[in-house]
Design a protein around this ligand. Sequence first.
Ligand SMILES: [Zn+2]
Ligand SMILES: [Zn+2]
Length: 321
Amino acid sequence: MQIDILYSGVCHSDLHQARDDWGGSLYPMVPGHEIVGRVVKVGEHVTKLKVGDIAGVGTVVDSCRHCDPCNAGLEIYCEEGCTPTYNGKERGSDKLTFGGYSDQIVTDERFVVTIPNTLDLKAVAPLLCAGITTYSPLRHWKVGKGQKVGIIGLGGLGHLGVKFAKALDAHVVMITTSPDKGKDALRLGADEVLVSKDKAAMAKAKATFHFLLNTIPVSHDVNPYLELLKLDGAMALVGALTPLEPIVGFNLMLPRRSIGGSATGSMKETQEMIDFCAMHNIVSDVEMIQMQDINTAWERMRKNDVRYRFVIDMASLKSAA
Ligand SMILES: [Zn+2]
Ligand SMILES: [Zn+2]
């Protein structure tokens, strides 16, 4: 289906891939994988959405559609590699995929979710990557009532992690280096703040958490955080893509802790998350920008100077022409 893009969220990976920080970037590149738009044309076999509906596109636009993960609806974990929304190649072709910093996108309905009109659409865009990246592990590790859950790092991911964990009825603790950010976490719904630089507070919180969602986007030492987990507690990594500092085996063995990772989520789960957001009125905290301001926005994002996600009003692309 063909979608007129209304809003495009600005994700950290846009900056990294545009600047080839991870290697293998393909140019020319059009970043953007937090896309909200209006359907303007559908193929004859499309049943999910119709012209005029609001559609969301996230990080993936295709997959092999026949491996075990694909058959289970977990396209992001496709054994043959999913097709990223941008900085990838269309399957069986050398044609590059182009993302959301654009006026339109054409996508298969399998990789599109329906967005209810009741939500603030510009603030929905970040849900398509940052949102599902935090929602999926909270669901996978069955976070819920009676659990103490720590969200580590307050940025684009972390602020949504706090909102989701709260809506799932957990006792939510924001774990941050900055007491200032802690205050804002309380506004977002956190029950408590734990300042990770406060050694006494960290020692007191030892072995009290059921689950930790680690959104720190850079290499770091996970050991102080692992020590916060109770028996059978788990920490999910969703931020850092680069090597971590060595993990002390003892911290995993006693008391039987585990560490895992999670990448965005399936299309089915993305729809489930959008519906969950509609029910609980959850959207991202956003700062709107014009397309013309993207370089400044990237620089500010690099310094973590955004509360909490930039979203491009794509109407500005037309006014630039
Ligand atoms: Zn992203
Ligand atoms: Zn597959």
